[in-house]
Design a protein around this ligand. Structure first.
Ligand SMILES: [Zn+2]
Length: 288
């Protein structure tokens, strides 16, 4: 098992301090472009992750805003991995296609692959027709749909998709990613505690884990602070918490909660803009 080095916010200069030289610009990275649940706690977009600046996980309503806020050229997104079809995870998809068609890929030259189940293809196609009738057919025809549960990208990342415990009607899944150079991480999608997810986490160097509910909600479809605590005792894999119900710093009245639970050291409550970088054997959290 490898450990992530969780750095406080003021330690982003560790390279100089530890004499490790300049970071390799090609190092794998995971950018959290959003970390909030469906209700958008203050200071957060919907949970939204991008890795190696070319693959995104889900396409939430705030996806385009998140890419813009971070200066990402939308046409450089090559792959969309879809965990499930709840609105807060996919309703931003039509806007990504619309932007590419009219702004960043007018010639339709940039490849776009969507990885998801056949149900994902059906649902994403439907919401594109609802959102912009007659406008996105050419973009949809241009998409490469990959529906296999396991596969490999041209840059060396392999994925495996597994079922998780969430609303069955939206075909909920998580993903485990592993690069041929050894980097690995899990994205939980939306899920309460379940063995397929925990098995994947125990085999990985990092888990991006949702925590969508406070402890008092009577449902098992999301992780709650108590569940995260139990998992952290069972498993030493670093956990980065996203899809949270807790506000980030804000001058506005609290939406639901603004106090973070206390977790062990290998659990980090992520903020929008958090960035992990692969250091050869573990993930460093460089910004949070
Ligand atoms: Zn969901």
């Amino acid at each position: 098992m490898v450990y992530v080095r969780i750095l406080p916010a003021n330690r982003s200069d560790r390279w100089e301090q530890e004499g490790a030289g300049v970071p390799n610009v090609m190092a794998h990275r995971i950018d959290m472009l959003g970390t909030g649940n469906a209700f958008l706690p203050h200071g957060r977009h919907h949970s939204f992750a991008m890795f190696d600046q070319r693959h995104i996980i889900d396409a939430p309503p705030t996806a385009l805003a998140g890419l813009r806020r971070n200066g990402v050229d939308v046409s450089t997104v090559e792959t969309v991995f879809v965990t499930h079809v709840h609105g807060d995870h996919v309703f931003g998809f039509p806007f990504l296609l619309l932007e590419r068609k009219y702004i960043s890929d007018r010639e339709g030259l940039k490849p776009l692959t969507v990885v998801g189940t056949p149900f994902v293809k059906e649902r994403l196609t439907h919401i594109c027709h609802l959102a912009f009738p007659g406008s996105l057919e050419s973009m949809l025809n241009h998409v490469t749909w990959v529906m296999e549960d396991v596969g490999q990208l041209s840059d060396g990342w392999r994925w495996e998709r597994f079922e998780v415990h969430h609303e069955d009607a939206v075909e909920p899944h998580g993903y485990r990613f592993e690069h041929e150079d050894g980097a690995s991480f899990v994205h939980s999608g939306d899920s309460g505690p379940c063995e397929p997810l925990y098995d994947a986490i125990e085999r990985s160097a990092l888990a991006i884990l949702e925590m969508g509910f406070p402890d008092w909600v009577p449902s098992t479809h999301h992780h709650k602070p108590r569940d995260v605590h139990v998992l952290s005792q069972r498993c030493s894999t670093p956990l980065g918490i996203t899809h949270t119900y807790i506000d980030d710093a804000s001058p506005h009245p609290t939406v639901l909660e603004s106090e973070f639970p206390t977790f062990p050291e290998h659990v980090t409550h992520l903020r929008d803009g958090a960035r992990f970088e692969w250091a050869g054997a573990s993930w460093n959290l460089l910004t949070n």
